[in-house]
Design a protein around this ligand. Structure first.
Ligand SMILES: Cc1cc2nc3c(=O)[nH]c(=O)nc-3n(C[C@H](O)[C@H](O)[C@H](O)COP(=O)(O)OP(=O)(O)OC[C@H]3O[C@@H](n4cnc5c(N)ncnc54)[C@H](O)[C@@H]3O)c2cc1C
Length: 457
C-alpha cells in the first residue's frame, strides 16, 4: 500500500464515515464491505436491497464513492494480479489493484502501463470509472487501452464486456462512476518501458498552441508532455516533455522509492500558496531549482510518482482541490483569457494550471473528450467554511460556463458544483447513459453523491 493514503486512511475512523482526500465530503454509510473475492461482491450485491456505493483509493473529490446510509464496497483489498502476458503485452487484474502494484509486477519485463494518471496511487477500478488520462502524447482517455472488463450488475449477474461483447455495458461502465455495477476485473494493454529525457522550455502562453502542434502532437519520440501555466498573470507556460533517449539514466531507480519524505514539496506548497510573493518565488526560485540539470529516467520511474508529493502538511481550515476543464484544441486561445479573467476576479489561490492534450474518445457514453481537447487542470487552495465553499461554487460554475460556450466540457471526479443543466450540456449522451442505467439497475441500487445529484430516475 502506498504511503500517500495517510490522509485518506485516517478517515477510516469511524469506518462508516467515508471521506475523500480533500476531507470536504464526509458521508455516513450504514455498512462497509471489504471483499477479497468476486463471490463476496456478487453475494453482497444480490442480497443488499438498499443503496450501494463503490470506493477505490478515494481520490475523487465530491463524494463519488459514497451514499448516505448505503453499503460501501471498499475495493482496496480486492487487488490481485490475475494474469500477465509479457508477449501479448496485456495484464488482467482485480480492480482494487493500484497502478503501482502493476508497475512492480511488469517492470522486470521492461513493460509499462499504456495510459494512466500522473500518479500511481489510484485503483484501476477508480481510474476506469472516471476514464482517466495522463500526460501521454498521442493518446486520449484510458478506455483506448482497455481490452475487456468483468462487471457485477445490480441483479448479481457477473458479465463480460468488451468492444465485441455487451459493448453497451463496456462503454457505459468505463467513465460511468460506479452507476452500472462493480467492475471486478480488467484486461489492459501494456507498452515498452523506455528511457526518457526531460526537455523544457518556458514561453509566452500565446506561443504554446503552435509550439504544441509543431513539435509535440504528432511526435512518436515524445512520451510525456504537459505545460504548466504560472498562476498570477497566467501569461507564461513552462512546457515539459519527456523524450525517448538512448542516453544513460541520471536517475538509477527504476521506480520512485516508497516511503520517502516529501517535506521539501510541502515547504514549496506553503511558499506558493501562502507567501505574499509565492507565485513569483515559484517561477524564479523553486522551479529552476526543482528542474535543474539533465534528467534521464525510466518511463516507469516517471509514471510511479506518488500523490503524496502534493499532500500539504495540514488540511484543517483550508484544503487543496483539483478541477479540470476540457477545451477543443482550436479554442485554446479563447479559453485562456476567459480563465484568467475569472480566476483573477475571484482572487482564486491557484497553485498550478497544468495543460495536457487528449485525442478524442468517441466510444464511451460519458466521454469528456468527444473531440480533440486540451485539458486545463487547476490545483487550488480553498478554505473549508461554508461561505468559502459557496464562493468556490460560483467561480467553478463560471469556468464551466466559459468552457461550455466554446464547445468544451469539465471533469466529473471533482467537486459537484455544476448545475444539472451544465452537466447535461457537457455530457450530451447522458440521457442515453441514464436509459442504460434504468435498464440494468431499475431500483437505482448503485448510487453515490455524484449520481444523487445528477440522476433522477
Ligand atoms: C492528486 C490527484 C491527482 C490526479 N491526477 C489525475 C490525472 O493525472 N488524470 C486524471 O484523469 N485524473 C486525475 N485525478 C483524478 C483521479 O483519476 C480520480 O479521482 C480517480 O477516480 C482516482 O481513483 P480512485 O481509485 O481514488 O477512485 P475513487 O475516488 O475511489 O472512485 C472514483 C469513482 O469510481 C468508482 N469506482 C471505483 N472503483 C470501482 C469499481 N471497481 N467498479 C465500479 N466503480 C468503481 C467510484 O464509485 C467513484 O464513483 C487526480 C486526483 C488527485 C487527487
Amino acid at each position: 500500500m502506498l504511503p500517500n493514503t495517510r490522509a485518506v486512511e485516517q478517515q477510516e475512523i469511524p469506518p462508516t464515515v467515508i471521506s475523500d482526500v480533500t476531507q470536504l465530503n464526509p458521508v455516513t454509510v450504514s455498512e462497509v464491505l471489504v471483499p477479497t473475492t468476486t463471490r463476496e461482491i456478487v453475494s453482497a450485491v444480490t442480497r443488499h436491497s438498499g443503496p450501494i456505493s463503490i470506493g477505490g483509493s478515494r481520490h475523487s473529490m465530491g463524494g463519488q464513492t459514497a451514499t448516505p446510509a448505503g453499503l460501501q464496497i471498499d475495493m482496496r483489498h480486492f487487488d490481485r494480479i490475475l494474469a500477465f502476458d509479457s508477449v501479448r503485452r496485456t495484464i488482467t487484474v482485480q480492480t482494487g489493484v493500484r497502478w503501482r502494484q502493476i508497475q512492480e509486477r511488469i517492470d522486470s519485463a521492461n513493460l509499462s502501463v499504456k495510459i494512466m494518471q500522473s500518479f500511481a496511487n489510484f485503483t484501476v477500478g477508480g481510474s476506469l470509472s472516471v476514464n482517466a488520462h495522463g500526460r501521454y502524447v498521442g493518446f486520449g482517455p484510458l478506455v483506448s487501452s482497455v481490452r475487456s472488463i468483468k462487471i457485477v450488475l445490480a441483479n448479481g449477474d457477473l458479465v463480460d464486456a468488451s468492444r465485441d461483447v455487451r459493448s453497451d455495458i463496456f462503454f457505459g461502465a468505463i467513465g460511468g462512476y460506479g452507476a452500472l455495477g462493480v467492475i471486478t476485473e480488467a484486461t489492459l494493454d501494456l507498452v515498452e518501458n523506455a528511457r526518457v529525457k526531460r526537455h523544457q522550455v518556458t514561453m509566452p502562453i500565446r506561443e504554446y498552441r503552435p509550439y504544441f502542434f509543431r513539435r509535440i502532437r504528432d511526435s512518436t519520440a515524445v512520451v510525456f508532455h504537459n505545460g504548466d501555466i504560472y498562476p498570477g498573470d497566467y501569461r507564461t507556460v513552462r512546457a515539459e516533455s519527456y523524450i525517448r533517449t538512448s542516453d544513460p539514466v541520471t536517475v538509477p531507480e527504476r521506480m520512485v522509492p516508497l516511503g520517502q519524505s516529501y517535506a521539501l514539496n510541502r515547504a514549496a506548497i506553503r511558499i506558493v500558496s501562502d507567501w505574499p510573493f509565492g507565485q513569483t518565488m515559484r517561477r524564479v526560485v523553486v522551479d529552476p531549482w526543482r528542474f535543474r540539470g539533465p534528467h534521464v529516467a525510466w518511463r516507469n520511474y516517471i509514471a510511479s510518482s506518488n500523490a503524496e508529493e502534493l499532500e500539504p502538511a495540514s488540511r484543517t481550515g483550508a484544503t487543496y482541490v483539483l478541477a479540470e476543464y476540457f477545451v477543443p484544441v482550436e479554442r485554446f486561445d479563447e479559453f485562456v483569457p476567459a480563465m484568467r479573467g475569472i480566476l483573477r476576479r475571484h482572487r482564486v489561490n491557484v497553485l498550478n494550471v497544468s495543460v495536457r492534450h487528449a485525442r478524442p474518445d468517441t466510444e464511451t457514453l460519458l466521454s469528456w473528450a468527444p473531440r480533440e481537447v486540451f485539458a486545463f487542470v487547476l490545483y487550488y487552495k480553498q478554505n473549508t467554511d461554508t461561505a468559502s465553499q459557496r464562493v468556490v461554487g460560483n467561480w467553478t460554475r463560471e469556468l464551466i460556463e466559459a468552457t461550455l460556450r466554446i464547445g468544451g466540457s469539465y471533469y466529473l471526479p471533482y467537486q459537484l458544483h455544476a448545475t444539472q443543466s451544465q452537466f447535461l450540456r457537457a455530457y450530451s449522451r447522458a440521457p442515453e447513459f441514464f436509459t442504460l442505467k434504468k435498464r440494468l439497475d431499475p431500483t437505482n441500487k448503485f448510487r453515490n453523491m455524484l449520481w444523487n445529484k445528477y440522476y433522477h430516475p
